[in-house]
Design a binder for this molecule. Sequence first.
Ligand SMILES: *[C@@H]1O[C@H](CO)[C@@H](O)[C@H](O)[C@H]1NC(C)=O
Ligand SMILES: *[C@@H]1O[C@H](CO)[C@@H](O)[C@H](O)[C@H]1NC(C)=O
Ligand SMILES: *[C@@H]1O[C@H](CO)[C@@H](O)[C@H](O)[C@H]1NC(C)=O
Ligand SMILES: *[C@@H]1O[C@H](CO)[C@@H](O)[C@H](O)[C@H]1NC(C)=O
Length: 359
Amino acid sequence: MGLLHLLTVMALSMCCHFQFTYAWTVNNFLMTGPKAFLTYASSVQVGAQSGIQECKYQFAWNRWNCPESTLQLSTQKGLRSATRETSFVHAISAAGVMYTLTKNCSMGDFDNCGCDDSRIGQTGGRGWIWGGCSDNAAFGEKISKQFVDALEDGHDSRAAVNLHNNEAGRLAVKATMRKACKCHGVSGSCSIQTCWMQLADFREVGNYLKAKHEHAKKLEMDKKPARAGNSADNKGAIAHAFRSIARTELIYLEDSPDYCVKNQSIGFQGTEGRECLKGDKNMSQWERKSCRRLCYECGLRVVEKRIEVVSSCNCKFHWCCTVKCDKCTQVVTKYYCAGKESGRKPHNKTKRRHRARRH
Ligand SMILES: *[C@@H]1O[C@H](CO)[C@@H](O)[C@H](O)[C@H]1NC(C)=O
Ligand SMILES: *[C@@H]1O[C@H](CO)[C@@H](O)[C@H](O)[C@H]1NC(C)=O
Ligand SMILES: *[C@@H]1O[C@H](CO)[C@@H](O)[C@H](O)[C@H]1NC(C)=O
Ligand SMILES: *[C@@H]1O[C@H](CO)[C@@H](O)[C@H](O)[C@H]1NC(C)=O
């Protein structure tokens, strides 16, 4: 059972008693009681979901794109694998859970937790002292670890990799924290400042982990067949493989499959039919290269579709008090990856797929 299982359980627990009971049995040995579980459960779910949202944003223009929801995610059989992409999913979800719990804590949502006041009043540096409300990352880290990590119940290299990536996600939340300060002193002289540590926007955590994804390292395990059941041997081999890897780096075990093509066994749709972007000068590097990456380099072509968008326009205020608008239609051009052949007839899927596979 892994993180993704947790996410399903969390999602389902919102609706049905049965699943809730199950979620509880999964967690009860960790928490101090059902009350503790209930206190944090909704935050954990919100956090996991925000991780997936961020994943979708970060991978919008990659061949692999994040699943639509945690539910869809957990049904993807491919998540049993440990690729560069699943490493990102684990990290961003763990980060999302920690982030939300930490934010909730600062907002005073939990009775037993508040701002990190351990350094309040101490001098931080020249001209400033610790004050204000530092986000309590240690709290978020601890609780998210209890929820997320404990569900990784295997002892194999895959479980070790998932746990490592969960931690890398939580470290990303810490690494992107920033010092914020407020001036004091006679009429804004700012002779003394009070400062506190606060969480960055979650977008920054996403950007940080996206960069880690690009430089993710493959864990080289000894390929000698492990003697069945000898978990001491196993542990030694895993520890050895991890020795040279920093805790902040994402790691994976298996090379990614070809994300150009549909792959039923991992529930991946391929890039045919995906939208890409063209024309706008003010695009990020990822957006600018999206048609190349998603379509051309996958042996697909780009088709243009003109889509009518109806919106309100020429709105006028009438006394009193209504607003009347016209409906304006605007034609926008969108671009999509499509199979090679030029025909406008119904596509011959068999043929198309054979062509794509050659690339
Ligand atoms: C935690 O914060 C999230 C979003 O900021 C909010 O939706 C959720 O209700 C909060 N949880 C609790 C227990 O207050
Ligand atoms: C589908 O994915 C699996 C798992 O990564 C891989 O072994 C297989 O080769 C892929 N199939 C295709 C057609 O790419
Ligand atoms: C281009 O994008 C940047 C950042 O995304 C934004 O700050 C800037 O205003 C944009 N410029 C134009 C001309 O849209
Ligand atoms: C689709 O293409 C394949 C291979 O070229 C061909 O064998 C098949 O008859 C075609 N099917 C249709 C419905 O045109």
